[in-house]
Ligand binder design. Structure first.
Ligand code: FHN
Length: 442
């Protein structure tokens, strides 16, 4: 090739390289934690099932269910799964629980059907909590379920049942580990290899995994660099894996979503995927004396509030040492499920409300539709929708199979939907407004 042609080809190659690099940054807009080189479209595809799912089951289960909040005849305050720490139980004493944990009544298929009937689309279970005990068959430690009387992997049947029943199976895994002596101080790099090894088992041995839900990241030995390297390591094994922000230090990167806990951010977390996790009573791990159950009304309205702000709801159950999900939890989940059977369209695949605040409830939306979640039914039958300027082409109650049209009056500062004197559901009756175009609220 002549010198001129050669120079031209170099210039062309340089131009192409610069253009490509500009184009690639144009695609990866700084939404939170787009992976290096991952385009927005690729991230949206990876996150789609999770963003549409809205509602998941959290399961805190392990050795701590045996003492269930009491040690040597004394009640131990705090979360059930923290009894080793809060009860100041010597490691060797606590580890003896391995010989007592024998969940003979465990029925993974039943657990998954309870979650599915509640309208939950994914399950996040503690593969290992802070006590370091593995609920799965780990070749890296004897401090696992195989070393006790039960002697069978607890996670495998749950993963199989999720895959069979169409739910995503996800693992909660604690970085903090009270059992492994390397997990603090100068030997931490050895522990980090152990941590990666167990995660490799969890990602490779149980079929497709939806989410790795990290926790215990607050320890001084852990840092963002460990988090970023671990995220890359995991994604190499399963590229579409989703991880929470506790793989780092609960910031916007590394990790795919924020994890507010026991609270609902007042205005959500705009521009960021997020999930509120919450207990149904006062503890994550089972405690025999914790009867502070939230009502079904409270839990359902929390779900709607979270989804109206653009988030997911990860609602916890804490099974007993025998393997039973407390009946109080099951009752609430069945009641939520009955509502979701009728009104799930107003939850799954929706996006955040276009309204700043609604005195009578919340709103969610899909293209061309607004779902008005009415908690407080208007006594005069006039539901005021503040600031909405779109033309409403149809209005009806989502639970009304006939979709009998409701009349709508346009006023200067609101639209009024004329609703029946009584709601169809005392907790949340959904009014659907079909509208032209994107919602316009002044
Ligand atoms: O210490 C844990 C606690 O036991 C529980 O697992 C919660 C649930 O996310 N996370 C930590 C507290 O932030």
């Amino acid at each position: 090739m002549s010198l001129i042609n050669n120079r031209v080809s170099v210039r062309t190659a340089l131009f192409l390289a610069i253009s490509l690099s500009i184009l690639s940054t144009a695609f990866v807009r700084p939404t939170a934690a787009a992976l290096p080189g991952e385009t927005k479209q690729q991230k949206d595809k990876r996150m789609k099932w999770w963003r549409d799912a809205k509602f998941g089951m959290f399961i805190h289960w392990g050795l701590y269910a045996v003492p269930a909040g009491e040690w040597k005849g004394k009640k131990v305050d705090g979360y059930g799964e923290w009894i080793q720490f809060k009860g100041k139980i010597p490691e060797k004493e606590y580890a003896k629980l391995q010989a007592k944990f024998n969940p003979t009544k465990y029925d993974a298929k039943k657990w998954v059907s309870i979650a599915k009937r509640a309208g939950m689309k994914y399950i996040v279970i503690t593969s290992k909590h802070h006590d370091g005990f593995a609920l799965f068959d780990s070749k890296l430690t004897d401090y696992d379920i195989m070393g006790g009387p039960y002697g069978k992997d607890l996670l495998k049947p749950l993963a199989d049942a999720c895959h069979d029943q169409g739910l995503e199976i996800c693992w909660y895994h604690s970085i903090l580990d009270w059992h492994n002596p390397d997990a603090k101080g100068e030997n931490f790099p050895e522990y980090e290899k152990f941590l990666r090894g167990q995660l490799k088992e969890l990602v490779n041995n149980y079929g497709h995994i939806g989410v790795l839900w990290f926790d215990g990241e607050w320890i001084k030995e852990w840092n963002e660099e460990y988090g970023r390297n671990l995220e890359a390591y995991l994604r190499d094994m399963q590229p579409d894996l989703i991880v929470n922000n506790r793989i780092g230090k609960r910031k916007r990167s590394p990790g795919d979503f924020g994890t507010p806990e026991q609270e609902i951010p007042t205005t959500g977390m705009p521009g960021w995927d997020w999930e509120t996790c919450m207990t149904m009573n006062g503890t994550w791990g089972f405690k025999s004396d914790d009867h502070s159950w939230k009502s079904t009304e409270d839990l359902l309205q929390k779900l709607v509030d979270i989804v109206s702000k653009g988030g997911n709801f990860l609602l916890n159950v804490g099974p007993t040492a025998e393997g039973i999900i407390p009946p109080e939890s099951v009752k609430r989940l069945e009641e939520i499920g009955r509502w979701m059977d009728v009104n799930g369209e107003s939850i799954y695949g929706t996006t955040a409300s276009p309204f700043e605040k609604l005195a009578w409830g919340r709103a969610t939306k899909k293209p061309g539709k607004l779902y008005l979640h009415v908690f407080d039914w208007p006594a005069d039958g006039k539901l005021k929708v503040p600031g909405l300027t779109n033309k409403v082409t149809k209005a009806y109650l989502l639970a009304d199979k006939s979709k009998k049209p409701l009349s709508v009056e346009s006023k200067a500062d609101c639209q009024i939907v004329n609703v029946p004197p009584k709601p169809l559901d005392k907790i949340d009756t959904v009014v659907v407004l079909e509208i032209d175009g994107e919602p316009q609220v002044k």
